[in-house]
Design a protein around this ligand. Structure first.
Ligand code: NAP
Length: 286
């Protein structure tokens, strides 16, 4: 199926499809099939991570698809254990190998922990060497984002952060816009928490457009200039989630969704010391 997904232009000049397919929590043995179905539904942007343990399965689906490499936008992420100048270089090569690719479109520092300044120097070099089109970060609050950009002199192309109707991140968004950093949403559906898929306001807005709650949420992100990467293992939902480019939310509908913001994470706060300690200790390889 061919779906025209608009492209965001990153500060590197690289084009990034504004809607992609996320594979977090898809078990490795189901990932090849899920990515194959997503590609068939028209997705060309895939978001994985070394920590998801499914890069090899993503790579198999990409290879089997026969889709030209230049039509694909592939993101993976560097885990905390590999933060550091030399370890990041090794981790990048290992991810490329597992994905069966010779370059990556986007490589993100997965968490704002460990020696990510060292990793960032490596990412800059990878971009200069041409094996990486764009480098970015994930889960960076605005203070860390600004410090990294200013102290390194190398501005991230993307910051991928938790963003959904109950945690809208407008302040973080404004900082990113000001600095030319693309805001990318993870957990756009809040993984269904807070009753998102039956939320009365989102349901009413959907009914007015004959669209689902999922489509309303993804459209709302798109109209805020935020890239999204919804995850589903079900082909009918994959098709539904990419079908958001034929309607528009009104200003009043956008305002109504703004009213759902709680200003708090539904998952965890990266500034929580217990989380820094717990996540920082997670090892994904020997
Ligand atoms: P999400 O996209 O907010 O929600 C996924 C959930 O929504 C799944 O339970 C899925 O169920 C369901 N769903 C999907 N489409 C639906 C639809 N049309 N109607 C009803 N239910 C639907 O959650 P996420 O996977 O956490 O976030 C998206 C991506 O962001 C991830 O896959 C990953 O790539 C990335 N991410 C990054 C980080 C980070 O730290 N950087 C953290 C989390 C996620 P089914 O699968 O059963 O359809």
């Amino acid at each position: 199926m061919s779906v025209e997904v608009p492209q965001a232009i990153l500060n590197t000049g690289t084009q990034m499809p504004v809607l992609g397919f996320g594979v977090f929590q898809i078990p490795p043995e189901e990932t090849e099939q899920a990515v194959t179905a997503a590609l068939a539904a028209g997705y060309r942007h895939i978001d994985t991570a070394a920590a998801y343990d499914n890069e090899e399965a993503v790579g198999r689906a990409l290879a089997a698809s026969g889709i030209a490499r230049e039509e694909l936008f592939i993101t993976t992420k560097l885990w905390i254990q590999d933060a550091g100048e030399e370890s990041a270089a090794r981790a990048f090569d290992a991810s490329l190998q597992r994905l069966g690719l010779d370059h990556l479109d986007l490589y993100l520092i997965h968490q704002p922990y460990g020696d990510y300044y060292g990793a960032w120097r490596t990412m800059r070099r990878l971009v200069e060497d041409g094996v990486l089109k764009a480098a970015g970060v994930s889960n960076f609050h605005a203070d860390r984002l600004v410090d990294l950009a200013e102290r390194s002199g190398f501005v991230p192309a993307v910051n991928q952060i938790e963003t959904h109707p109950y945690y809208q991140r407008q302040g973080a968004h404004d900082v990113m816009v000001e600095r030319g950093i693309q805001h990318e949403a993870w957990g756009g559906f809040a993984e269904g928490r807070n009753g998102l898929f039956t939320d009365p306001a989102l349901t009413a807005i959907g009914a007015a457009h004959e669209k689902s709650v999922a489509q309303v949420v993804l459209r709302w992100l798109f109209q805020r200039d935020i890239v999204s990467i919804p995850k589903s293992t079900k082909p009918e939902r994959m098709a539904e989630n990419i079908d958001i480019f034929d309607f528009a939310l009104t200003d009043a509908e956008m305002d109504r969704i703004t009213g759902l913001d709680t200003g708090s994470s539904l998952f965890f706060d990266h500034r929580d010391p217990a989380m820094a300690s717990r996540l920082g200790g997670v090892r994904i390889h020997d």
